[in-house]
Every structure is written in C-alpha cells, then in structure tokens.
Design a protein around this ligand. Structure first.
Ligand SMILES: Nc1ncnc2c1ncn2[C@@H]1O[C@H](COP(=O)(O)OP(=O)(O)O)[C@@H](O)[C@H]1O
Ligand SMILES: [Mg+2]
Length: 247
C-alpha cells in the first residue's frame, strides 16, 4: 500500500514564504481534497510535490513509501510512483503524444511486457473514455491544447502511466459538465485500484462527482482545518471567511 507523507513542509517562491508547515498523509485507497481560497498556496504545494524548480523547500520532508523525495528530481518522483497533473502543464513541441506516452510508460514500468499493439489499444480505449479523438495521438504534447484538452490529457496520462499517488490541481477548470463527468468516471475507475488521490480544488464542483473521504483546508500556507465531506459542503455554503480567524 502506497503512502505519501508530507511533514512540516515549508517552501518559498522568490524568497517569499508560501508554505508554512504543511502536514498531510495520503494512502493508497484514500481520496483527499485540499481546498482553500485563491493564493492560499495550493498550487505551490502541488508544484513542490512534483519538484518544480521555481519553488524552494526550506524545511520539512516529503516521503513516498518511506523514501525521502523532498529534493528528488521530477523524474525520480515519477519513478517512485507520484503523478501530478499540472494546473498549467508545459508543452513539449515536436514530441508526439503517442511517442511520449509509450516512452514515459517504458521508463516508469521497465518490467512490463505489454506489446506496442496492446498498449495502444488500451490508450485508444481511454482516449475515447475521456472524450478525445484518435487523431490526438499524432499531436505534440500540450502544443496548442485547449484548457479542456489539457485536462483530459492529464487524466489519460494518469490512466496509462499507472502512478500510485495522484495529485490533481484544479482538474475541473476548463471542463464543461459533460467533460467533468467523463473525467470523474475515469478517476473513480482508477481509484478502485488502491490508488491514493490528492484533489486540489478551489470549488466544491468536482467533489460532487468524486466524493472525498478527507477534506483539508489550506489558508495562508497552513492546513487550518481537517474534516470530511461535510466540511466541503459547509465551505460551498459559507465560503472560507469563517476559517480565516483560525489561520
Ligand atoms: N512563480 C511564482 N512567483 C511569484 N509568486 C508566486 C509564484 N507562484 C505562486 N506565487 C505566490 O504564492 C502565493 C500562493 O499561490 P498559489 O500556490 O498559486 O495559490 P493557490 O493555488 O492556492 O491559489 C500567491 O501569493 C502567489 O502570488
Ligand atoms: Mg492554484
């Protein structure tokens, strides 16, 4: 069973302290929602988890299955089983999506013997499920994608690359109601394989489709409240102001 432990994590962006001691544990088979107002540091946490170079860790630890990945490269983190869909994924012009998926899969699962045909049959099955056309495979990674295409592609990557712990930052942004349902169905299907999820979101919207067991509220770089689904419903009705006094 996988386990991501975030322990007293502190981080700065351009010398400004954004994360001020975040503690959070996500295990395989659990869905956690991280909520919080704009500017709370949610995307910063996601970026620090993937090892984005613009963010400096100044204290604390990130452990994945007991391995300290606090200062690991993004590739090392991915190999350890962590997956992050970026709020604004970078484009890799010139690299076809089909090539990218096959190469990344082989790097992450060198022991897997799935042949090329079987691999792409599975890719095509899930392309359809997330509502993307087969011609998508010939396009370059994130090159000129619409917001919705990016989000669908993130979910496709998750399914194909088979990470153990998944962090999704604002996965619902840019998706209409129908697309959100497709994406939520895929997330639920993948979750059934004992995968741990950290769903970062400003709004309750996605949480209607994917019910979290655990809800955490981040304000000003600290988790100020932990709860369950009821907490996210209360936030939908009352906003975040009632939580600011404890921040
Ligand atoms: N690359 C960056 N450069 C400068 N400031 C940043 C950068 N990324 C985030 N910040 C600042 O960090 C704070 C938290 O931002 P962010 O993590 O994006 O919050 P959230 O995702 O909760 O809205 C904000 O004050 C934002 O201006
Ligand atoms: Mg954000």
């Amino acid at each position: 069973m996988s386990e991501l432990i975030i322990r007293d994590l502190r981080a700065t962006v351009e010398n400004k302290e954004i994360l001020k001691g975040v503690n959070l544990t996500v295990r395989g088979g659990e869905i956690h929602a991280l909520m919080g107002p704009n500017g709370a540091g949610k995307t910063t946490l996601g970026s620090v988890l993937i090892g984005h170079p613009s963010y400096q860790v100044t204290g604390g630890q990130i452990l994945l299955d007991g391995k300290d990945i606090t200062y690991a490269t993004p590739e090392e983190r991915a190999r350890a089983g962590l997956f992050l869909a970026f709020q604004n994924p970078i484009s890799i012009p010139g690299v076809k999506i089909s090539t990218f998926l096959r190469t990344a899969f082989k790097q992450l699962h060198p022991e897997d013997k799935t042949g090329v045909n079987e691999f792409f049959d599975n890719v095509k099955k899930h392309l359809k499920k997330v509502g993307l056309d087969e011609s998508f495979l010939s396009r370059a990674v994130n090159d000129g994608f619409s917001g919705g295409e990016r989000k669908r592609f993130e979910i496709l990557q998750m399914i194909i690359l088979r990470p153990k712990i998944v962090v999704l930052d604002e996965i619902d942004s840019g998706l209409d109601v129908d697309a959100l349902k497709l994406v939520a169905d895929e997330i639920r299907e993948y979750y059934s394989q004992d995968v741990g999820f950290l769903i970062i979101t400003h709004y309750q919207r996605i949480l209607k489709n994917i019910e979290p067991e655990f809800v955490h509220v981040l304000i000003d770089g600290r988790i100020v409240k932990d709860g369950d689904k009821e907490l996210s419903l209360k936030i939908e009705e009352e906003g975040y102001d009632w939580l600011r006094s404890v921040a």
